[in-house]
Design a protein around this ligand. Structure first.
Ligand SMILES: Cc1ncc(COP(=O)(O)O)c(C=O)c1O
Length: 345
């Protein structure tokens, strides 16, 4: 059996533009291609911060350290919102008067946050920012009320840079910095050689030095010419194949999103595992490379019995991307069912 998961090769592309960015942007919007997602997030926040005297951002508690870093760097104080185990955001309307930015996230391609809260924030002059890294290929993945959004294709395909940022109805007031050449070299080399050491060297360095860096031209070309129709179709087919094959009750694992809404394009297939390290090892032994998004960062402090703590402790993501087919997913499902049959508490 071939390996399921691992690093992406460069995404194949077509000579004809995919039209994706003209679909997600209106004529009055400003689109910037950035070196990574966090460079795009930071670029948006720098622009927002120019006129933001309060600088308090309302952000999800289930998140990644690399997502919070741009907020801190831009001088934002963080207020966290909870999530339930369906990754549905639990907003507190009492905070609207205390915040200046609302940060949204449709996890793993499934957008199920409460739009009426977004509307209430907007009406009070709160700037709406969406991190669309997980949801940008979903039909409902970019909230119509967003003032800014930013995302990263680095986890969706092989691309050296892969970030972008959009300001709706306006122009970013400062130019991007040129692409950082050492990071670009590390990214290219890690994609071309699948060398994980170089990959991690680049990632760890990026955490220290990220800024409003632009993308390189090749990555922008790739994002404009990737076959998103086929990527979306394959991911949905793979997800549906997994759901279908895993229809019987499972022991030791629980599917996070057990339905595939028409609008959703999944980034991964997520499970909650009772014994996560055991499951991850079992999957690795069967050539299936899973990932844990995310280790809990130092800035978040969920209550010990909370849903957010549960998510951090139990979630695990399996690949369902365009490199694989529904028959590969049947193999994944079989391995999961074997695990489940032999599961002991
Ligand atoms: C939801 C989310 N937003 C933003 C980012 C940052 O993207 P990048 O790694 O391209 O900077 C990540 C990366 O892990 C992410 O998961």
């Amino acid at each position: 059996m071939r390996k399921i998961g691992g690093m992406f090769h460069y995404e194949p592309n077509t000579p004809i533009e995919n039209g994706y960015f003209s679909r997600i942007c209106s004529p009055g919007d400003d689109l910037a291609f950035t070196m990574s997602g966090r460079c795009g997030i930071y670029y948006c926040l720098q622009d927002i911060a120019r006129y933001d005297t309060r600088k308090v951002a309302y952000v999800p508690m289930y998140t990644c350290g690399t997502v919070l870093a741009p907020f801190k760097k831009a001088g934002y104080q963080l207020k966290f919102y909870e999530l339930d185990q369906n990754l549905h955001s639990i907003f507190d309307t009492a905070v609207i008067d205390e915040i200046s930015v609302l940060s949204l996230c449709g996890y793993y391609g499934f957008c199920n946050y409460d739009h009426s809260f977004v509307k209430a924030c907007k009406e009070k002059g709160v700037v709406i920012f969406e991190d669309v890294t997980h949801s940008m290929l979903s039909a409902d993945g970019i909230d119509p009320l967003c003032d800014y959004f930013a995302g990263s294709f680095r986890k969706w395909m092989g691309v050296a840079c892969g970030g972008f940022a959009v300001k709706r109805n306006g122009t970013f007031e400062t130019p991007l910095l040129p692409v950082e050449l050492t990071h670009l070299k590390q990214r290219k080399e890690s994609i071309e050689t699948e060398n994980r050491d170089i990959f991690w060297e680049g990632e760890l360095r990026l955490r220290q030095m990220f800024d409003s860096f632009a993308s390189d031209d090749n990555s922008e070309y790739l994002l404009r010419h990737a076959d998103f129709d086929s990527i979306c179709r394959t991911r949905r087919e793979n997800y549906a194949a997994l759901l279908k094959a895993l229809a019987a009750p499972l022991r030791g694992v629980q599917i996070v999103f057990s339905e595939l809404p028409e609008a959703a394009v999944p980034s991964h297939f997520c499970l909650y595992a009772e014994k996560r390290s055991e499951l991850q090892q079992y999957l690795t032994d069967h050539q299936i490379l899973s990932t844990i998004y995310w280790p809990m960062g130092p800035l978040v402090h969920p209550l010990p019995e909370s849903s957010v703590q549960y998510i951090y402790d139990h979630i695990i993501s399996l690949p369902c991307d365009q490199r694989f087919s529904p028959s590969d997913m049947q193999y994944v499902a079989q391995i999961l069912m074997d695990y489940s049959e032999n599961f002991t508490r």
